[in-house]
Design a protein around this ligand. Structure first.
Ligand SMILES: [Fe+2]
Ligand SMILES: [Fe+2]
Length: 404
């Protein structure tokens, strides 16, 4: 049968990976082989079915097949597109299998599996369950995850959460092997986020010649550290007799500082993702006039995106500085020096973000955009710098009067 699989693969190849998802066919086939082995599936059904399951997308217009990724699409509409690729897939798979005289009973089972592989509720057989498991594992794989991330830059944490909650649904995965593999892949995706790694991992990678993480991620990390210090001051003030009058404000402060901390932690990652997207464009061919024009257009887009992340980091640093001020004013005086450190970190974060905005702005040809973006950044810098001066003065005053 091995030859038959190769032949099916070759015949299906022109119709594969039609949704900007290179590697989908290959990776799902790889998973299917593992699952057939360890879960005792029938390779003569499972392997052709997984190879052919998504060929139907090739029969839809590009706009139509990419519609399933549209965030605003209603569930029923998504189902309609899914049904279209399932039906077209059955037709195409039938032509391929009958054309090569694949055994009729197996062909029947394969087509049955393909006919509702994305829309069927529940599983109809072991073979069917294994095919759908292999298809789902794609989302957990490195390539599948990165493909998703390209459509939603910066949403890695949310994607990980969604995968985790899908995995916990009792009817999402059919086999134990697939469940275990999905769990392992998910752990690996988590480990790829710096914030979830040991500090030494981040430091070593930062010190290495790898261009990411770089100054942008560090700006966000420093901002997150500032927010964390504000949280610490707030936590040291909560439920303290001496500060009973400000408890409500402290609770609000803590909530805001923790939100900012999470945002900054996410921005650490977002910055590396924007950087990766930019370097991908830099690697594009520029041999012909057409290639150069395409590359330049993409480059200008990617540069703007690479500006947005440090700009957001800068804007949030202003938030951290404001919270540091409140912490210095109403927080536990014994921890006032921490509020002072927090504002210094907010300032470093803002200045570092500004440098990263500037380096990208220098290459942007849209003068209006550059001017407006830089003006926004300048407002942030002035705001943070004023806050820094005020909070440091207040911190020293409280320290000098022995209030601490
Ligand atoms: Fe599909
Ligand atoms: Fe698929």
């Amino acid at each position: 049968m091995k030859d038959a699989f190769d032949r099916i693969w070759d015949l299906a190849l022109p119709y594969q990976d039609q949704r900007d998802d290179p590697g989908h066919a290959e990776i799902t086939l790889h998973y299917a082989k593992t699952l057939v082995e360890s879960e005792n599936g029938n390779p003569d059904v499972v392997l052709p079915a997984i190879i052919l399951h998504d060929v139907g997308y090739s029969q839809l217009t590009k706009e139509r097949r990419l519609k399933v990724f549209d965030r605003d699409l209603k569930d029923e509409e998504r189902r309609v597109v899914q049904r279209e690729h399932e039906e077209a897939g059955v037709e195409l798979a039938r032509q391929i299998l009958e054309g090569m005289s694949y055994p009729a009973d197996l062909t029947g089972e394969i087509l049955e599996v393909i006919s509702q592989h994305d829309t069927r509720k529940g599983f109809i057989s072991r073979n069917e369950g294994l095919v759908r498991d292999a298809d789902k594992l794609w989302r957990f794989s490195r390539r599948g995850f990165d493909t998703g991330l390209k459509r939603r830059p910066g949403e890695a944490p949310r994607m990980i959460e969604r995968l985790q909650s899908d995995l916990e649904k009792p009817d999402y995965i059919y086999s134990e092997t697939a469940r275990r593999m999905a769990r392992e892949e998910l752990d690996a995706r988590r480990a790829e986020r710096y914030i979830d790694q040991p500090l030494r991992f981040f430091m070593d990678r930062l010190a290495s010649k790898s261009p990411e993480p770089g100054g942008g991620s560090v700006a966000a990390l420093v901002g997150a550290l500032g927010a964390a210090l504000v949280s610490m001051v707030a936590n040291l003030t909560l439920e303290k007799e001496k500060y009973v009058a400000v408890q409500a404000q402290i609770k609000a402060l803590l909530e805001e500082s923790e939100t900012l901390r999470t945002d900054m932690q996410d921005l650490m990652q977002k910055d590396t993702e924007a950087y990766r997207a930019l370097s991908e464009v830099y690697r594009m061919n520029r041999d012909t006039e057409g290639e150069r024009a395409g590359r330049n257009a993409r480059l200008q887009d990617a540069l703007k995106k690479a500006c947005e992340v440090p700009l957001e980091i800068g804007a949030k640093s202003l938030g951290v500085a404001r919270l540091a001020q409140r912490a210095a004013e109403i927080g536990n005086v014994a921890a006032v020096s921490d509020a002072g450190v927090a504002v210094l970190l907010a300032r470093a974060c803002a200045e570092a973000a500004a440098l990263n905005v500037k380096i990208n702005l220098n290459k942007i040809k849209d003068v209006g955009y550059s001017r407006e973006t830089w003006a926004r950044m300048q407002d942030v810098l002035v705001g943070v710098s004023n806050l820094e001066a005020a909070v440091i003065e207040l911190t020293y005053k409280k320290l000098a009067t022995g209030m601490a």
